[in-house]
Design a protein around this ligand. Structure first.
Ligand SMILES: [Zn+2]
Length: 451
């Protein structure tokens, strides 16, 4: 049994919980679970290893609900800087199709490092190209060294260019082989239990990259195995037009016809929805990964987040891949989520606490987890701490320490704890040499562009 305490935190907040913030608070963690939380003067920490959190505001670890780690090799690529989604895919797909297992492992660790330093403790990745022997196992092995909770989506593309798709034929997979590999990954890795560090998601890339029949077979497999479903949906006008022309349906109508519109599925983007579709989405229990930076970067539009929240849709935040963001800071993404709704709906459209609630409780909800996303006894000890005296929040945190996290430019996390284990201390990632990681990664990124 491991037991330790986090003591004298200046503030402890659990956004969206309805419980008031605690000033000068301490927590006791036993076997990775929060056992007690309360005013420092009332928590008995005698004899325990104590982590000092004075000067910090503590919040639940942030949850990243949509990403493509592989894209970390192709940030800010000149040919992809100023083009919309379909042209952007045409630029990048041939490059990603040259990736190696070593490059995928490096991209996984680079992204994990960036997420951790932004206060993220649980992440999804949705890789859908598996060239040159790349496997989901490469990502899992790389992530185990980073200590994050990992919901790894086994993505797929089964329609290559010769069949009318937008991905080189060399990486279009056979449908039966994909489903067999999904089954293998679930039986080998999926842990559905409380405190899980690894779960498998089934995630065909999008309606325009796999067949309708394959979508249905994937959903059937997921439900037989008790795992969740994920895909891109309603990302922009191009996809909407393609679906209407080729499928005779809107993206949401298509996925609904295939049995995907249900509480065990969540969808990235969800921009081009009609008002009746928002209602159907809300009634279905399905979730949404909101990716504001990517939506702005690619010029796809503004997701109707306020309308979805009003209809009870569960919404999390996702940074999306590094070729369309091009950053992995989840606190920064949360800030953009708040600001972008205000562009569309006015200054009262979203509060700081609502945005932070989406990045914590909302993310946990769409991943089907009731053991993370809040700070309370009985929940996993996944905690992010930010310095109140950070330069970015000078003159701000003194007025409202929670709101300052997203109104001010996002500070780097000073303390990150996952399952009771310290992963970031004094703003530094423990056990990893970031300059060496970046140097190796840059070599791989250059080789990918000019093999
Ligand atoms: Zn994406």
């Amino acid at each position: 049994m491991t037991e330790r305490a986090i003591v004298n935190a200046s503030w402890v907040f659990s956004p969206g919980s309805g419980t008031p913030p605690l000033a000068d608070a301490s927590l006791i963690i036993r076997d990775g679970i929060i056992r007690e939380i309360g005013p420092a003067a009332e928590i008995d920490t005698r004899g325990l290893e104590c982590i000092d959190a004075s000067g910090l505001v503590l919040i639940p670890g942030l949850i990243n609900t949509h990403d493509h780690f592989l894209e970390c090799l192709t940030r800010a690529l000149p040919a992809g800087q100023d083009v919309g989604l379909m042209d952007w895919l045409h630029v990048h797909n041939p490059i990603w199709s040259r990736a190696t297992p070593e490059a995928l492992r490096s991209a996984t660790q680079i992204r994990a490092a960036e997420l951790l330093l932004s206060g993220c403790t649980t992440t999804v990745d949705h890789n859908y190209l598996w060239p040159n022997g790349c496997r989901i196992d490469d990502q899992i092995e790389a992530m185990q060294a980073m200590g994050m909770r990992f919901h790894v989506a086994r993505g797929s593309v089964t329609i290559g260019e010769s069949q009318g798709g937008i991905t080189p034929d060399s990486v279009a997979e056979d449908e039966d082989s994909v489903l067999a590999d999904c089954e293998r990954a679930i039986s080998q890795y999926h842990d559905p239990g409380k405190g899980s560090f690894l779960q498998i998601i089934l995630a065909p890339c999008s309606p325009y990259s796999v067949s309708a029949d394959f979508m249905e077979r994937t959903a059937a497999l997921a439900r037989r195995e008790g795992v969740r479903l994920h895909t891109h949906l309603a990302e922009g006008a191009d996809e909407q037009a393609w679906c209407l022309e080729n499928l005779g349906q809107t993206p949401l109508g298509h996925i609904e016809d295939l049995g995907w519109l249900a509480e065990d599925a969540w969808f990235a983007h969800m921009i081009t929805l009609s008002a009746p579709e928002v209602i159907r989405l809300g009634m279905s229990g399905a979730g949404v990964a909101h990716c504001p930076c990517s939506n702005m970067r690619l010029g796809n539009g503004i997701a109707p987040i306020q309308a979805m929240l009003a209809r009870g849709v569960n919404i999390g935040i996702g940074v999306d891949g590094a070729a369309s963001n091009d950053g992995g800071g989840l606190l920064a993404e949360t800030r953009q989520a708040m600001l972008l709704q205000r562009v569309d709906q006015g200054a009262a459209a979203m509060t700081a606490e609502q945005a932070l609630s989406m990045a914590t409780r909302g993310g946990a909800s769409i991943l089907g987890r009731d053991d993370i996303g809040a700070l309370a006894p009985g929940l996993c000890a996944d905690i992010a701490g930010f310095r109140l005296d950070a330069l970015e929040m000078a003159g701000g945190a003194v007025h409202d320490p929670l709101a300052a996290l997203v109104f001010c430019p996002p500070p780097r996390a000073d303390l990150v704890i996952i399952g009771g284990e310290m992963r970031v201390q004094k703003g530094e990632l423990i056990g990893h040499d970031i300059p060496a990681m970046v140097a190796r990664h840059n070599t791989l990124a250059k080789a990918l562009i000019a093999p």
